[in-house]
Design a protein around this ligand. Structure first.
Ligand code: ADP
Ligand code: MG
Length: 258
């Protein structure tokens, strides 16, 4: 990949569920280090698009290129390993595991230990465990949850669970982070600090971020560019000022919100 190539290219991507075309011939590119917003009414196809990019479901047609290579037919773990991590609109943590354990479990995608050297307690496995532990604590500290490392995830508030999910995604050392409505369930103050936090991690970890979010001020203030989906179709793409004043977007989405 050259510096000028987009890190992610979505090309004529389509996904149908029976007769419903949830994502309909969508094309756009995301640049390296960009904070890219994805907005649109409920049911517009935003989460389906994330499910396609992260390999959870295959497209009906179309292509996905990551760093210039096709990831269209890859399995989710492979895509995660290549550097695309995500959070979920419906939080998917292991509720009965502690915060720290939730992160360590995610990191196993990058550790070489397998069941055998784990069982045999080989030094290499122990070393990797310690590394995973240290990294997990570091990430909990980053998301402001270090004093609750050993509490069960199910006892956390929505806002804290969302932060924990971000920490878990970061444990994969991603290049792209897909955030599906990370501010849902947060109050205004939490939303503001989340916004600052997203900008901070994008710089600190040299991340490209794709953000699905309904809170319009957050999206407009944070994103370099915004794509608008409506009934599966891409209806607008551009910088926040352009999108905010686009009559088609106001009609389909912003009008209803404001
Ligand atoms: N697994 C599925 N099976 C059937 N229909 C689905 C499935 N996933 C999503 N859909 C439908 O696709 C459309 C887009 O959903 P979704 O991507 O979740 O929208 P958004 O995230 O923008 O609110 C909706 O009409 C939804 O009901
Ligand atoms: Mg959704």
């Amino acid at each position: 990949m050259t510096d000028f190539e987009p890190i992610l290219a979505v090309s004529a991507l389509t996904r149908s569920f029976g007769g419903l075309v949830a994502v309909n011939d969508v094309s756009f590119t995301v640049n390296q280090n960009e904070i890219f917003g994805l907005i649109g009414p409920n049911g517009a196809g935003k989460t389906t698009l994330f499910n396609l990019i992260s390999g959870l479901i295959p497209p009906s047609s179309g292509q996905l290129l990551y760093q210039g290579e096709s990831i269209t037919k890859l399995r989710p773990y492979k895509i995660a390993k290549l550097g695309i991590a995500r959070t979920f609109q419906n939080i998917r943590l292991f509720g009965t595991l502690s915060a720290l354990e939730n992160i360590i479990v995610a990191r196993h995608i990058h550790t070489k230990s397998n069941v055998f050297n784990g069982v045999l307690s080989l030094p290499s496995a122990a070393k990797e465990e310690n590394l995973a532990l240290a990294k997990g604590k570091e990430l909990l500290n980053l998301v402001g949850l270090s004093d609750r490392a050993h509490e069960k995830a199910c006892n956390f508030s929505y806002g804290d669970q969302r932060r924990l999910e971000i920490a878990r995604a970061l444990a994969l050392n991603p290049k792209i982070l897909l955030l599906d409505e990370p501010a849902a369930g947060m109050n205004t103050g939490e939303k503001q600090s989340l916004s600052l936090f997203i900008r901070q991690i994008s710089q600190q970890f040299n991340l490209t971020i794709v953000l699905i979010e309904h809170h319009v001020p957050l999206v407009m203030g944070l994103c370099d560019r915004i794509a608008v989906l409506n009934f599966g179709k891409l209806i607008a793409l551009g910088n926040p000022c352009v999108v905010k004043t686009d009559p088609v977007v106001i009609e389909a989405y912003l009008g209803a919100e404001t």
